[in-house]
Design a protein around this ligand. Structure first.
Ligand code: HEC
Ligand code: HEC
Length: 333
């Protein structure tokens, strides 16, 4: 019996070896897999909530305001604009491929997408609502009550259901099929000679020690400024705020470089406006390297091949408020 299981395992391993393309073993970056939603009804509900500004005090700010899916899942601002034109403290990372992150936020303080999604709704500097009010609003909208019932099987909307649905939608926001992924999978014409040279420089210079895996980042916390200190234009101190370990001061979650052409400006303080500048800074402060203009151009050309298929769907139409729905207060402090 034991023997037979071993034999089956052996055969499975051989099949896996033959079937697996060469990239998995030899390259530090793997292709992005397309999403396979387990619960399409929940994804649809989460999509509506992602676009619904009624989750904010002003009735004007939705998740999509700062993570605009027409703009690479970001706002393309140095730091975000929140309730009452509040100036955000830190650059908004993309929501694209965020399901691949080891944890959420620059300092990893939320363990997963569901834990993250409750934060902005109640953050006074972002959507400035609170969970009780957000749920009260959704509960007063017959279209939502019916849809929550269909998805979760009960009449009472809860904040856990709200964040679960948003997370289920976010899990679909992956961007497969970039030119780089097609090249990884064997289409050798998918990249130009310069782009391939850029990838080689990216690997040989050591960028892949931190930017690796399917997301080309997102899977570790690393110090910003390994060989040279980084002068940030924001007071954020990174992972130390979560762990209270001095060694984690100025460590940030390594951002994904997928779709990085679309997610400017760069770094947690949004201080680098261009990829050229970001690559130059990374080379200098993380690796002690000064890239020539020609090499910088090649690395940037490679980075631009990481743009994948952007999420594409019909814009959700939100169920209208009822007479009983609490009204937004856009100008309240
Ligand atoms: C006012 C702008 C704003 C709004 C509105 C907003 N976010 Fe964010 N989001 C940010 C900023 C800024 C960060 C980074 C905060 C940090 O790391 O401390 C962030 C971080 C995230 C992250 C973590 C990504 C990563 O790589 O770590 C996710 C996921 C996310 N937001 C999803 C959402 C969802 C879902 C909503 C709606 C419920 C939302 N955001 C609303 C600005 C916003
Ligand atoms: C020691 C780890 C490490 C190495 C090596 C490294 N990076 Fe980074 N990279 C990071 C971290 C951490 C951040 C975020 C830092 C911050 O914003 O404070 C980052 C940010 C970036 C960003 C900005 C992404 C964004 O969305 O804000 C780019 C682009 C980038 N790196 C490219 C590179 C390139 C190109 C190389 C090689 C020349 C490289 N990195 C080497 C850790 C590293």
């Amino acid at each position: 019996m034991k023997h037979r299981i071993l034999k089956a395992t052996f055969i499975a391993a051989v099949i896996a070896m033959i079937g697996s393309p060469a990239w998995s073993a030899t390259e530090p970056i793997q292709p992005i897999q397309a999403a396979k939603p387990k619960n399409p009804g929940m994804v649809e509900l989460g999509k509506k909530l992602f676009f619904d500004a009624r989750l904010s005090k002003s009735g004007f700010i939705s998740c999509n305001s700062c993570h605009n899916l027409s703009m690479g899942g970001t706002d393309n601002l140095k730091t975000s604009i929140g309730h009452n034109w509040n100036q955000g403290p830190i650059n908004a990372p993309t929501v694209l491929n965020s399901s691949l992150n080891l944890a959420q936020f620059w300092d990893g303080r939320a363990k997963d997408l569901q834990a993250q999604a409750g934060g902005p709704i109640a953050n006074p500097g972002e959507m400035a609502s609170n969970h009780t009010l957000a749920v009260e609003i959704l509960q007063s909208i017959p279209g939502y009550v019916a849809e929550f019932k269909k998805v979760f099987g009960n009449d009472k909307v809860t904040i856990e259901e709200v964040t679960k649905a948003i997370a289920a939608f976010e899990e679909t926001l992956v961007t497969p099929n970039s030119r780089f992924d097609r090249w990884l999978k064997g289409d050798k014409k998918a990249l130009t000679a310069d782009e391939q040279a850029g990838y080689k420089l990216f690997k040989d210079s050591g960028c892949t020690t931190c930017h690796n895996g399917p997301a080309v980042g997102g899977n570790s916390y690393q110090k910003m400024g390994v060989v040279e200190a980084y002068k940030a234009s924001s007071p954020a101190e990174g992972r130390v705020g979560v762990t209270k370990e001095e060694a984690d001061r100025f460590k940030f979650k390594v951002p994904t470089l997928r779709n990085v052409e679309m997610t400017y400006p760069y770094f947690h303080d949004g201080a680098a406006n261009t990829l050229k500048e970001a690559v130059d800074t990374m080379g200098r402060i993380q690796l002690g390297k000064k890239f020539s203009d020609a090499d910088n151009t090649k690395i940037v050309a490679f980075l631009k091949t990481l743009t994948g298929d952007q999420p594409s769907f019909k814009l959700p139409i939100l169920p209208p408020s009822s007479d009983a729905t609490p009204r937004p207060t856009p100008f309240a402090k």
